[in-house]
Design a protein around this ligand. Structure first.
Ligand code: SER
Length: 313
C-alpha cells in the first residue's frame, strides 16, 4: 500500500460500495477515500462525499483533480433485472461510465482502476458447471453484453494505453449491511430479511436454480487483494473468474431452517428465472488462485450463521 493513495469510489451508496468504503477507510484512512454517488447520501456524514454523475466526464474529471485521486473503484451500474427493463440506459450507463474512467487513466490523471464484471458475461451456450475462465460466452442480457464489452475494452486499454485496470467477475453477492438493487441473485439477500421478519419467503427463482454466490466479506477481500497485488501478478486484464459458494434457493432455505425451524419458502418464478437459467451454476476460479492467491473464507453454513447473527442485532 502506498501512503499517498487517494481513492474515489463511484457508486458508493450501492450494495458493494457501502461496505467497500468502510473497509477502504479502515486501510487507507477516512480522508483518503472519497465516496461518490449520483444522489446525496448519509455517507456524507462519515467522510468525504461527492455527488457526481459518472456519465458526465467533465464533472468526474473535476472531482478527481480537486481531490488528487489516483485510484478509482467504478461500481455505478444497472444490474441484470433493471437493465432488462431499461436496455438503452443500462448500456449507456455501464459503458459510458467505464469509458470516462478508462480515459482518465489513459490521460495519466489516475493510475489504477477497479471495475467489476459479472457471471452475467456467460450465456446459455457456456458450460454451466465449473465454468472455465476462457470459454464460450455469448451473454443474453443487456447487463451481460455490457459487462462483456467492458471486459474487452479494459483489456484493450491495458494493451494499447498501458492502463492499469483490474477486474473480477462477481457472482451474486450477499451481505447484511446493504441492500442489493435490481439483480437476479437478490433473492439470496431478501430471503434472510423475510425469514427473520415474517418467517416466510416467496422466491422469484425456482427451487433448484443453482447459482454462483459469494458472501460480501469475501467479495471485499478479493477486490482489495486484486487492487493491492503487484501489477505483474495481475495477468488477466479483462476480468478474473471468482468463486465463493454455489447453492439453490432450496439449499439456502434448508440452512436458514437450522436457525428458524418454522421458516417456509414458496416459489413463484418471474422473468428473472430466464436470466438465471442462462448463467453458470459454479465457477472455476483457479486463475485467480494461481495469479494472486484467491481463496474464499465462507461456505454456505458459515455465511448463513454470520448473516443471521448480524441481522438479528
Ligand atoms: N448479482 C448480479 C445480478 O444479479 C450479477 O452480477 O445482476
Amino acid at each position: 500500500m502506498h501512503t499517498k493513495d487517494k481513492i474515489l469510489v463511484i457508486g458508493s451508496s450501492g450494495q458493494i460500495g457501502t461496505e467497500l468504503v468502510h473497509k477502504l477507510r479502515d486501510i487507507y484512512g477516512v480522508d483518503n477515500v472519497i465516496a461518490s454517488d449520483i444522489k446525496a447520501s448519509n455517507q456524507a456524514k462519515e467522510g468525504p462525499f461527492e455527488v457526481a454523475n459518472v456519465m458526465d466526464a467533465h464533472q468526474l474529471g473535476e472531482v478527481v483533480t480537486r481531490h488528487n485521486v489516483n485510484q478509482v473503484y467504478l461500481l455505478a451500474a444497472l444490474l441484470s433485472a433493471t437493465a432488462e427493463k431499461m436496455p438503452k440506459l443500462g448500456w449507456e450507463l455501464n459503458m459510458q461510465g467505464l469509458f470516462n474512467v478508462l480515459d482518465l487513466a489513459k490521460e495519466k490523471i489516475i493510475d489504477r482502476i477497479y471495475w467489476p464484471s459479472s457471471i452475467a458475461v456467460f450465456g446459455p451456450n457456456t458450460p454451466r458447471e465449473n465454468t472455465p475462465q476462457y470459454t464460450i460466452m455469448e451473454p443474453s442480457t443487456v447487463y451481460g453484453i455490457s459487462k462483456q464489452a467492458g471486459e474487452r475494452w479494459c483489456e484493450y486499454y491495458f494493451h494499447k494505453y498501458n492502463v492499469d485496470v483490474r477486474s473480477l467477475r462477481y457472482p451474486g453477492l450477499i451481505g447484511w449491511q446493504s441492500a442489493p438493487g435490481g439483480g437476479t441473485t437478490d433473492y439470496a439477500v431478501h430471503i434472510f430479511h423475510e425469514a427473520l421478519r415474517t418467517g416466510t419467503y416467496e422466491c422469484f427463482l425456482s427451487e433448484n436454480t443453482t447459482l454462483p454466490m459469494m458472501y460480501m466479506p469475501d467479495a471485499i477481500k478479493a477486490t482489495i487483494e486484486i487492487m493491492q497485488a503487484d501489477a505483474d501478478k495481475v495477468k488477466i486484464r479483462s476480468s478474473y473468474n471468482l468463486a465463493g459458494v454455489s447453492f439453490s434457493p432450496k439449499e439456502i432455505a434448508e440452512e436458514i431452517k437450522k436457525h428458524i425451524p418454522d421458516f417456509s419458502i414458496s416459489y413463484k418464478p418471474d422473468s428473472r428465472q430466464q436470466i438465471a437459467d442462462s448463467w453458470p451454476q459454479s465457477i472455476d476460479a483457479s486463475e485467480a488462485s494461481k495469479d494472486w492467491g484467491w481463496k474464499p473464507d465462507y461456505d454456505l453454513k458459515r455465511m448463513t450463521d454470520d448473516m443471521m447473527q448480524n441481522l438479528k442485532k
